[in-house]
Design a binder for this molecule. Structure first.
Ligand SMILES: [Fe+2]
Ligand SMILES: [Fe+2]
Length: 474
């Protein structure tokens, strides 16, 4: 399973033995690089960036660190090793051997799943394209670039599957993935959260905490797939994904730490005074949190979904940690409580479990994302400040599913339009909030220096010092 770096496209899938596939991917490669030049981090072409590159799929020591110019990053195709005699472990085909090829009857659905996942990867690079110009430090700039090159690699992972298993259709999808653009009116990215702007670093940290975590849950569900190449690909992507969520969690945590420090120095919780001192008040952080959380949980799709049921029963997409669950893995006769809107009331109803699997995954996600918010609260608590951040109610600000039909406050009360309109400025970031946060975004690139609104990290990357030269600007 070692990675062949002598090839134009580094890989551990014996690409050199499949000439047609190799040729197709080598034709896609310049188009990908063209996209990167066009839509990748602005003005970064000549930078030498201290990046990790995958050199193995062995969990012990899979990555190597060194200075790389991003357009020369070795994007490649890395799959986790196959499990011998792996069996399908959920759905109608449970107990049968996993598929090494795409069964004809599942072709359309699998293609759609892979394209939807693949589309998010370049989308986030596009969303984050301008952030390098306003980085709060070299350390943070390097982390942004690390996330960006790895999202690029995730695109490679999905395009490999499309090219290898979906013939001409797959190649066409591979091209379309480079043509859609985040936020573009005529040809937008597939999912709405990936068409939102990521205009400032607080948004970036919230995005990598909340939205990359959606990625984790989708990838975990696909890592259970009966289509073995998809399972093996997504398992390796998860190894890279962990760092993205770390960037988000530690980033928000450092913003909070700095705000609390200034609150204690000035002995105030007045947002106006804190803003004048150049830090982001906790209420604004709460509003950003409300926005990113609610937009992200929409990504799990409608609360009742016959597609979700089909994907599960046909073995395409499992549940989070399917293997650790103790039911029959076919969900016969099981139901799940789903919250939905009935007129202007929230009511729970029992839904057959297979049709509620989007909701099941969303609830798993919500449990996981609360963990980090609690860790942020520890920072506030340690500073002796009586304020706590809260994840909003899951019906708050929803645009997808039955909950989209009702207005609900962050604490879970159904409200009328009037109250919503009166209060929304306290619940979601206002133009003024965004303008204030934008006003803080100056570029800090001297090694070891940090913008005023964020605390330095406790330790550097790969045990390097915090004031290490993570980016050489040339
Ligand atoms: Fe990704
Ligand atoms: Fe990611």
């Amino acid at each position: 399973m070692s990675i062949d770096y002598s090839e134009k496209i580094p890989n551990n899938v014996n690409l050199s033995e499949d000439r047609t596939l190799k040729r197709a991917l080598e034709q896609w490669q310049p188009n990908y690089l063209h996209w990167w030049q066009d839509m990748g981090p602005e003005g970064s072409t000549d930078y030498d960036v201290y990046l990790r590159t995958a050199v193995s799929v062995d969990p012990q020591g899979w990555a190597q660190f060194g200075y790389v110019k991003m357009p020369e990053y070795r994007w490649g195709i890395f799959l986790n090793p196959g499990e011998k005699d792996r069996k399908i472990h959920f759905g109608d085909h449970k107990g049968e051997p996993v598929w090494q090829d795409v069964p004809g009857e599942h072709r359309a659905n699998l293609r759609r799943i892979i394209v939807t996942q693949g589309d998010t990867e370049p989308a986030s690079v596009e969303q984050q394209r301008h952030l390098g110009l306003t980085c709060p430090s070299q350390y943070d700039l390097r982390n942004l670039f690390q996330v960006n090159v790895e999202e690029g690699r995730h695109l490679w992972a999905m395009v490999y599957l499309l090219h290898k298993y979906f013939g001409r259709d797959g190649r066409e999808e591979g091209e379309a993935l480079l043509e859609r653009r985040s936020g573009n009116q005529d040809n937008p990215r597939i999912l709405q959260a990936f068409n939102e702007k990521t205009p400032d670093w607080l948004s970036f940290f919230m995005f990598t905490y909340f939205t990359d975590r959606d990625g984790k849950f989708q990838l975990c569900a696909l890592a259970e797939s009966s289509f073995d190449p998809l399972a093996r690909t997504t398992k390796f992507m998860l190894t890279e994904e962990a760092h993205h969520m770390f960037v988000g969690e530690s980033g928000v945590s450092r913003v909070i730490q700095r705000t609390c420090q200034v609150m204690n120095e000035l002995k105030t919780d007045d947002p106006g005074k804190l803003r004048a001192a150049g830090v982001i008040d906790l209420l604004t952080i709460q509003r950003y949190l409300n926005f990113h959380f609610s937009v992200t949980i929409d990504l799990f799709g409608a609360d009742e979904s016959s597609n979700a049921a089909t994907f599960y029963s046909s073995g395409l997409k499992g549940r989070f940690e399917e293997g650790k669950r103790t039911d029959d893995h076919q969900l016969r006769g099981l139901t799940y409580k789903v919250l939905h809107a009935e007129g202007d009331r929230l009511v729970e109803k029992d839904v057959p479990m297979p049709n509620a699997l989007n909701e099941v995954l969303r609830d798993d996600y919500i449990r996981d994302s609360i963990g980090g918010v609690e860790r942020w609260n520890k920072v506030i608590e340690k500073a002796g400040i009586p304020f706590r951040l809260r994840v909003p109610h899951k019906a708050f600000n929803r645009k997808i599913g039955s909950l989209a039909g009702i207005k609900v406050s962050p604490d879970g009360r159904a409200v009328h339009d009037h109250e919503w309109n009166m209060s929304v400025e306290q619940w979601l970031p206002t133009d003024e909030d965004r303008a204030f946060v934008a006003s803080l975004m100056g570029r800090v690139i001297e090694p070891g220096k940090f913008a005023n609104w964020i605390a330095p990290p406790a330790i550097g990357i790969n045990r390097q010092p915090v004031d290490f030269e993570y980016v050489r600007f040339n």
